[in-house]
Design a protein around this ligand. Structure first.
Ligand code: SF4
Ligand code: SF4
Length: 163
């Protein structure tokens, strides 16, 4: 298994934005966050190193609809300004479980979340629906092991990331 490298593109936090709401603030950096998707309420604290950035609430540092704690740095990367106190939904989120390549090493698909294939390659789509979807009832370890074997047999090398 390989270690997943987050590129800090921010897409996950941007898409979660509509589920994140600050319900109470006791200081500019101490807030109560409500996460509607998981019905979780938790106190959060903006990290000391990100406090100036957190106060920047307009473009290019912040755009409407983003999670209220997401900011874009001057280097163009996205950061969670309260990473240590981020909620459970963020801790368990996985944007990519496996990357799938063609024989030349070009990425042609990925498994997002737990087991959802994202690809535009019709051959990979067919292999997935005909030979991998039927394995869905297997537990994770066995599923990904069998999945890797099926893909390899069709000439699709893959890289599985640590949970
Ligand atoms: S976890 Fe994935 S979607 Fe989220 S910032 Fe990292 S690379 Fe982007
Ligand atoms: S709390 Fe942090 S990790 Fe979670 S969506 Fe917001 S910016 Fe992203």
């Amino acid at each position: 298994m390989a270690e997943f490298t987050c590129t800090r593109c921010g897409k996950c936090c941007i898409s979660l934005g509509r589920h994140m709401r600050i319900t109470k603030s006791t200081s500019p950096f101490s807030h109560t966050l409500y996460v509607s998707i998981s019905k979780e309420t938790r106190p959060v604290l903006v990290e000391p190193g990100y406090r100036d950035l957190f106060l920047a609430r307009s473009a290019p540092s912040y755009e409407n609809g983003w999670c209220p704690f997401l900011r874009k740095t001057g280097d163009g990367i996205h950061v969670c300004t309260m990473y240590s106190s981020r909620p459970g939904v963020c801790r368990s989120f996985r944007c990519c479980t496996m990357r799938i390549f063609d024989i030349e090493g070009r990425e042609i698909g990925k498994i997002k979340g737990r087991r959802s294939l994202s690809t535009t390659d019709p051959r990979l789509e067919r292999v997935w629906s005909e030979e991998i979807v039927p394995l869905s009832a297997l537990p994770d370890g066995e599923f990904f092991s069998r999945c890797g074997s099926v893909l390899a047999a069709h000439g699709f090398p893959c890289e599985l990331y640590d949970p």
